[in-house]
Ligand binder design. Structure first.
Ligand SMILES: CC(=O)N[C@H]1[C@@H](OP(=O)(O)OP(=O)(O)OC[C@H]2O[C@@H](n3ccc(=O)[nH]c3=O)[C@H](O)[C@@H]2O)O[C@H](CO)[C@@H](O)[C@@H]1O
Ligand SMILES: C=C(OP(=O)(O)O)C(=O)O
Length: 431
């Protein structure tokens, strides 16, 4: 079994290149199905979620060839709109294949999305969008079927702001007859990136990045090349790492505007931030102030940065309050931080964090992608050695997490152990 070993590491200093965004890449690769010719996507990270898409590509006849950070997609020979439920459930963003294949072929059979477990992650708004466009949705135990004799543009009012359903509705509507208007749309950079990509192929999407998006359906999408936006969540985690012990970390190939809420918070707690056009440097002062965080959809404080931020706030003297408004139960990392000695209490949708107390290394389990980064940051701050299991979650989202943290002086390594070597509580039954 693999685990990450993190040791207390002094001030972290150095420079990290930020890879392409996971959450954009996953959407773009599904959206590439919509094209009628070859598509080249640059900056796609080497992460497990992308490997699952490669498997889906093989199953349905979508050619995918990796050349370094570039993936060349050939959607001309897709022969099936049936996505294996096991693969669909192995990551979250499989739902984009529903929108894309429905739009292109008028029918799709697909398993339910997996991804990080935050207790509740409904897809009702995706379904509502498909239905509004004239599709019939049938739900079965392990999969669902969406089909339409023809898709017709419609007005769609989302009941809640959702980036996934906004992008999925965009994909489904792109080849529908007539005009679709999305109201209460998400304004995330990944929505804009997906719209820019589709427009490059000949789609007619207007207003992405605002709460109202208009899509004029087109019958055909040609091929083209697009570079994915940088991963704002990875950039955010590295900037936070500078605050752990008063270091200096520069992230290259990042877009400062995508990180506005985080950068403001880092300054508020006592760090200094310098932004260039495509890089950001964070300076830790060695002394952090407690604060309040309330997550929200973009441009609010990203829920995906909440967990690593909690690790950082453990270093800030006083009581911080972290309120989770997007996924009110996204606190699985707290029990693991407590194993390292953290004093955090959960009340309703808030974590009350008593910072400034020493952490002690130990075993901790990453339950999801960002819980992994959170524990990694906590492990670098804790005395002694921290061992983090659940690496498969981290590998869904991070390309070379070890190499990147080492580049800024973190003492981290990937290790392997057999189950018998683990202390009793970590052994699986029968192992
Ligand atoms: C692969 C991917 O891009 N994942 C990101 C995406 O997830 P995902 O696309 O699942 O998240 P959404 O933006 O859709 O969710 C936002 C909010 O809307 C709710 N909702 C969503 C869909 C729906 O049909 N009904 C509904 O009620 C969710 O429960 C949540 O409270 O955005 C999340 C919120 O920024 C991020 O944490 C995830 O990293
Ligand atoms: C929640 C996340 O991922 P996913 O939606 O793919 O589960 C994340 O990237 O933090």
């Amino acid at each position: 079994m693999k685990y990450i070993q993190a040791e207390h590491s002094g001030p972290l200093n150095g420079t990290v290149h930020i890879p392409g965004a996971k959450n954009s890449s996953l959407a773009l690769l599904a959206a590439a199905c919509l094209a009628d010719d070859i598509v080249t996507l640059e900056g796609i990270p080497r992460i497990d979620d992308i490997r699952i898409i490669a498997g889906i590509g093989q199953d349905i006849g979508m050619g995918m060839k990796r050349e370094g950070g570039t993936i060349v997609v050939d959607p001309r020979w897709i022969h099936s709109a049936v996505i294996d439920p096991g693969k669909a459930s192995s990551y979250r963003a499989s739902y984009y294949f529903a929108g894309a294949l429905l739009s292109k072929f008028g029918r799709v059979t697909i398993g339910f999305p997996g991804g990080d477990d935050f207790v509740s992650r409904p897809i009702d708004q995706h379904i509502k969008a498909f239905q509004a466009l004239g599709a019939m949705v049938r739900l079965y135990k392990d999969y669902f079927v969406v089909e339409a004799a023809s898709l017709r543009g419609a007005d769609i009012y989302f009941d809640t702001v959702t980036s996934g359903a906004t992008m999925n509705a965009m994909m489904a509507a792109v080849r529908a007859h007539g005009r679709t208007r999305l109201f209460n749309a998400a304004v995330d950079p990944e929505v804009v990136d997906t719209a820019n990509f589709l427009n490059r192929l000949g789609a007619r999407i207007y207003g992405a990045g605002t709460e109202r998006i208009r899509i004029e359906g087109v019958p055909y999408l040609h091929g083209g090349t697009h570079a994915v936006i940088p991963d704002r969540l990875i950039a955010g985690a590295f900037l936070m790492s500078a605050g752990l012990h008063g270091g200096q970390v520069t992230v290259l190939d990042a877009i400062p505007e995508h990180l506005g809420a985080l950068l403001a918070k880092l300054e508020e707690i006592g760090m200094t931030i310098e932004c260039g056009e495509q890089h950001i440097t964070a300076y830790g002062s060695g002394s952090l102030r407690a604060t309040r965080i309330r997550t929200g959809m973009y441009p609010g404080f990203a829920t995906d940065l909440q967990q690593p931020m909690t690790a950082l706030l453990l270093q800030a003297k006083g009581k911080s309050i972290v309120t989770e408004r997007v996924y009110p139960k996204r606190f699985a990392h707290v029990a693991q931080l407590r194993r390292l000695g953290a004093d955090i209490e959960i009340r309703k949708e808030s974590a009350f964090v008593r910072g400034g107390l020493p952490l002690q290394g130990g075993w901790a389990h990453a339950t999801d992608v960002r819980a992994g980064t959170c524990l990694l940051l906590a492990g670098l701050a804790a005395e002694g050695v921290t061992r983090i299991t659940g690496i498969e979650h981290l590998e869904r989202g991070y390309e070379d997490v070890i190499g990147s943290f080492r580049a800024i002086g973190a003492k981290v390594s990937m290790r392997e152990t057999d189950a018998q070597a683990l202390p009793e509580p970590y052994r699986m039954q029968g192992s």
